[in-house]
Design a protein around this ligand. Structure first.
Ligand code: BGC
Length: 459
């Protein structure tokens, strides 16, 4: 019988973020951004899927579906809506959320920062204000002390290079700046923010709730980035840009955290005392591959087209390539560079009708399994996302949920998609069986159980 079994104790979960599901994050920079009409589909996070009030119902559903772990976030803007003033009712409310999870035996993975700042910090210059890291650290002291007993896994920052690049270099996220200097400054600030948060967590916790060691780290966005493969000079340029993209997307950060020194080409390096080794695991968020293609028309984008899709490759509703092998390559590369336990903290697909998701999920999990078989110390997998949610500049148009939830439905009814049940079965089996593949996505058979000889072909 064909099957892929996962190691005993492997952690299965779903993932999400405060601002994207809770609703009413009114004292935040994203709230103001949305009010200014910046979201492409014209929606606003508003009450989102009202997790703030419906958490009990969601946790019950999680329990019914046998999802053993949940990655969620807390919002700085809710907890400290004004400088130095902590909102006790928000603190108590988060405690109720955590208690509800704990009572149901659902493990907690807690994200401290997922891109959203309190408006008072944003108005003072956001991460560019030299005081911002101190404000953040004070906040961490408070929040970590309050919630120390709950998380099994701590995520200090989610994908720090995304708000740095999209907010300060690409002008896509608040504060919509386009400055390389600002970008580098913010990356350095976020490295310090991570370090301080990491130290606060360790100073205030001695073990995880299950008695194992405290686990704190970053959830980093990894894409598998490749050159398109054009001939001649164009090809050379694509390869050069691939290295640059890798550097800007994750390597500069990763190297800094391994060496204690942030270095960008042609810039003076910045040393950050105690940074070196300040992580207990490596957190991977993986969604897709980039194939970088030379395009003389893309002057504003470094003569590179990132959106072209090689023939035969399917794309998602986000326009992203579906490339499960890239997942394996990212994990393998990560393991070789860090040699630390790995948690997959996000992986998923926008698919409102759930037509591609079963196959996507099965084939990506098969690559996780392959990486484990090849010796990577991979401890858990969190599927993004539990319910549909507010997808940043894309608004509510993109549907990443295992559970469908239409923000326009006054009852915000939670409707598990087919994939939600499939994920349940995988978790109960602690693996992928032939029956599961046959039942949910027979077309994934080759991608799940096949040998995949083309794995290293393009390297
Ligand atoms: C982010 C999530 C986002 C997801 C899908 C990740 O990069 O952490 O907040 O919803 O991608 O775009």
């Amino acid at each position: 019988m064909k099957e892929l079994r996962f190691p005993q104790g492997f952690i299965w979960g779903t993932s999400t973020a405060g601002h994207q599901i809770e609703g009413n994050n009114i004292h935040s920079d994203w709230w103001e951004f949305e009010e200014k009409g910046k979201i492409y589909d014209g929606t606003k996070s508003a009450k989102a899927v009202d997790y703030w009030n419906r958490f009990e119902e969601d946790h019950r559903l999680m329990k019914e579906l046998s999802y053993p772990a949940f990655r969620l976030g807390i919002e700085w803007a809710k907890l400290e809506p004004e400088k130095g003033r902590y909102d006790l009712s928000a603190l108590n409310h988060y405690r109720k959320i955590f208690d509800s999870l704990r009572d149901k035996g659902i493990k907690i993975c807690l994200t401290m920062y997922h891109w959203v700042l309190p408006l008072w910090v944003a108005k003072a210059g956001g991460w560019e204000n030299p005081e911002a890291v101190n404000w953040w650290t004070n906040y961490c002291e408070k929040a970590v002390k309050e919630f120390a007993q709950y998380p099994d896994i701590w995520v200090t920052l989610n994908e720090p290079l995304v708000p740095a690049a999209a907010g300060y270099l690409g002008g896509e996220f608040p504060p919509e700046k386009k400055s390389f200097k600002s970008f580098i400054g913010v990356v350095a600030a976020l490295l310090r923010a991570h370090l301080n948060c990491y130290e606060v967590i360790h100073a205030n916790t001695s073990s995880a709730p299950d008695g194992t060691a405290v686990k704190a780290g970053v959830a980093q966005a990894y894409q598998w980035i490749e050159p398109w493969g054009s001939k001649g000079l164009k090809g050379l340029y694509e390869r050069f840009m691939t290295n640059l993209f890798r550097l800007g997307s994750f390597e500069a950060w990763d190297k800094a955290i391994c060496s204690g020194r942030l270095k960008f080409p042609l810039r003076r390096s910045v040393e950050i005392p105690r940074l070196k080794g300040s992580y207990d695991y490596s957190g991977i968020n993986y969604y897709f591959r980039f194939s970088l293609r030379f395009d003389a028309g893309k002057r504003g984008e470094g003569l590179i087209d990132r959106d072209s899709i090689p023939e035969g490759i399917e794309k998602t509703q986000m326009g992203w390539q579906i490339y499960p092998k890239g997942f394996y390559l990212v994990i393998k590369d990560n393991w070789e560079r860090f040699k630390k336990p790995i948690y997959i903290l996000e992986n998923g697909i926008a698919d409102d009708k759930d037509l591609q998701r079963p196959k996507y999920l099965l084939e990506h999990l098969a690559q996780v399994h392959r990486a484990i078989k090849d010796g990577c110390d991979l401890r858990g997998y969190f599927q993004w996302a539990f319910t549909d949610n507010f997808e940043w500049r894309e608004g509510f148009a993109k549907k990443f949920g295992l559970i469908e939830c239409d923000y326009k439905d006054p009852n915000l009814t939670r409707k598990p998609r087919k994939s939600a049940y499939m994920y349940s079965e995988i978790i109960r089996e602690n693996g992928i069986t032939e029956e599961i593949v046959k039942k949910y996505s027979p077309e994934a058979e080759e991608g799940v159980f096949g040998k995949s000889p083309a794995l290293f072909q393009r390297l």
